[in-house]
Design a protein around this ligand. Structure first.
Ligand code: FAD
Length: 477
């Protein structure tokens, strides 16, 4: 007798949801279990935060623009989908990066790894820091390690090891920028667990990072070809390449877009999902891959414990503004990959990527593409302004920092409301509690995604895969 297919529903069609669907299908097929997978996406398109716009020969990312090459999940997935050849690294001639300090762009001292000095010569010579700050940072070499196993904030950790000036002038804009967060709120163990491990193993953060840099050379020999010699990778035709690749590979998966799921309840041995249009969908297992507040709303009735915990995870709203120029209109062509802006500079923009220099495929010859970011934890000025006002404020900053007063060929602004999950101190404990209470209340409903264990695209793919393998195990007859 034929067994009826196991019904799995994935909620959310971003990179986490689509990766989960891909690895679930693969595992169910490997296990020989008949299945029916459905992906529900609330908006009218798949990809979630990943959106690529092609305009006048430019390749414009409206959400994420690249991913860390050393985290293998994206490269492995690209290879499985036959897309490895489409990957590209950063321009090797755009190595210089800058920090705004006292209104001027200063070159970041070579040898900084995640904001931590690993070459003492350039660090001691940089004009970015006072002599006192450099001496304070050098104290890291002799300071004892912290013995408490409790989580602490990224800011408290870096200030303790390297002093307040290195934190505010270098580390904060680089590291907190990834989360649009506040270093004194972000959890060390959830954002940069490697710093915690280095302190425990080597005592000194600088010495430990130096050792890792040297060993990193050996590690890179095991990386796939595409990931060698570059810190970041992307796809030549834009990040949406991976989304199209996934959808193409999910030929027998049912996709429903323009219709979200509003609630999940237990029904007999399975689950009943209420769609936003009022229709019902039944499932034997579910993977939820939404922002924390949306997962909380979905689970509010059936899993109130998990929902309450998830509600406490804040999401910061940011926007990015792309400006395209004719190279001849600029007095100076940018030389490097861009700059970050410490909070203390009081600027409107938080960073600016010199996109067409960093990524050669993003602009036609003779054209320049810049991408500026606005908004971070504690600064939502842009949300109270019109698009014209935002663009005027961005152009003012570009004029005063880079001397650009030329009229752009065009601009594109992308608001991303409540898009950056914040991992506060104790985040990992909170996620453990979410998982525990969900397992007790809705055992075959698994929740994952950027609000859980990592916001980067490879982290999202890894989480989608791990969750899919877990569900496949549970769905085995
Ligand atoms: P999402 O992409 O948010 O997908 C969730 C999906 O669920 C959405 O499509 C949403 O419409 C849908 N949905 C919501 N509610 C429902 C519902 N009730 N029912 C059904 N569907 C629903 N990472 C990097 O690695 N590199 C970068 O350069 C980078 N830059 C970034 C820049 C910005 C501005 C932002 C905001 C993030 C950036 N990130 C970057 C992080 C990364 O983009 C995200 O963490 C990742 O894309 C999140 O993917 P996801 O699938 O978990 O969530």
């Amino acid at each position: 007798m034929e067994t009826s297919p196991r019904r799995a529903v994935i909620i959310g069609g971003g990179i986490t949801g689509l990766s989960a669907a891909y690895y679930l299908k693969k595992q169910m097929e490997a296990d020989g279990v008949p299945y029916r997978i459905t992906v529900y996406e609330k908006s009218d398109s798949f990809g979630g935060k990943i959106k690529t716009l092609h305009r006048d020969g430019f390749v414009i990312e409206q959400g994420p623009d690249s991913f860390l090459a050393r985290k293998p999940a994206m490269v492995e997935l690209a290879r499985e989908l036959g897309l490895e050849e489409d990957l590209t690294g950063t321009n090797p001639n755009a190595k210089k990066t800058y920090i705004l300090s006292g209104g001027k762009l200063h070159r970041m001292p070579p040898g900084l790894m995640l904001g931590i000095p690993t070459r003492l010569g350039p660090f001691m010579r940089t004009g970015l820091l006072s002599p006192k700050a450099k001496l304070r940072a050098a104290l890291d070499l002799v300071l004892p390690k912290r013995t408490s196993p409790e989580d602490e904030s990224l800011g408290a950790f870096l200030e303790r090891r390297l002093g307040p000036e290195v934190l505010s002038q270098i580390a904060e804009p680089l590291l907190a920028g990834i989360y649009a967060g506040d270093t004194y709120s972000l959890s060390l163990q959830a954002t940069f667990p490697q710093f915690h491990s280095i302190e425990q193993k080597h005592r000194s953060l600088i010495l430990g990072m130096m050792k890792n840099r040297k060993e990193g050379g050996a590690e890179s020999r095991t990386l796939p070809e595409a990931a060698k010699n570059t810190t970041f990778l992307t796809f030549k035709d834009g990040l949406e390449t991976i989304i199209h690749g996934l959808i193409g590979a999910l030929d027998n998966v049912r996709f429903v877009k323009g219709c979200g799921i509003s609630s999940i309840t237990r029904a007999g041995d399975g689950y009943e999902l209420v769609r936003e249009d009022g229709e019902l969908e039944e499932a034997d297992g579910v993977i939820v891959t939404l922002p924390a507040y949306a997962t909380a709303a979905l689970l509010a009735e059936a899993a109130p414990g998990a929902a309450e915990e998830l509600k406490a995870i804040q999401h910061v709203s940011v926007a990015n503004i792309v400006l395209a120029y004719d190279e001849n209109d600029l007095k100076e062509k940018p030389d490097g990959s861009g700059f970050v802006v410490p909070r203390g500079e009081g600027r409107f923009i938080t960073a600016c990527t010199w996109t067409s220099v960093k990524w050669l495929h993003t602009a036609p010859t003779g054209k320049v593409l810049l991408r500026c970011y606005v908004g971070r934890s504690g600064d939502d000025r842009w949300m109270h302004m019109t698009e014209d006002e935002v663009i005027r404020a961005v152009r003012k900053d570009l004029k005063e920092t880079m001397g650009i007063s030329a009229e752009p060929l065009f601009t594109e602004m992308t608001p991303l409301l409540r898009s950056m999950p914040q991992y506060p101190v104790g985040h990992l404990e909170r996620i453990r509690r979410v998982r525990e209470s969900l397992a007790a209340e809705l055992p075959d409903v698994l929740a994952t995604g950027a609000a859980f264990y990592g916001v980067g695209l490879p982290d999202c793919i890894r989480q989608g895969k791990e969750t899919a393998l877990q569900l496949a195990k549970r769905l085995k007859p």
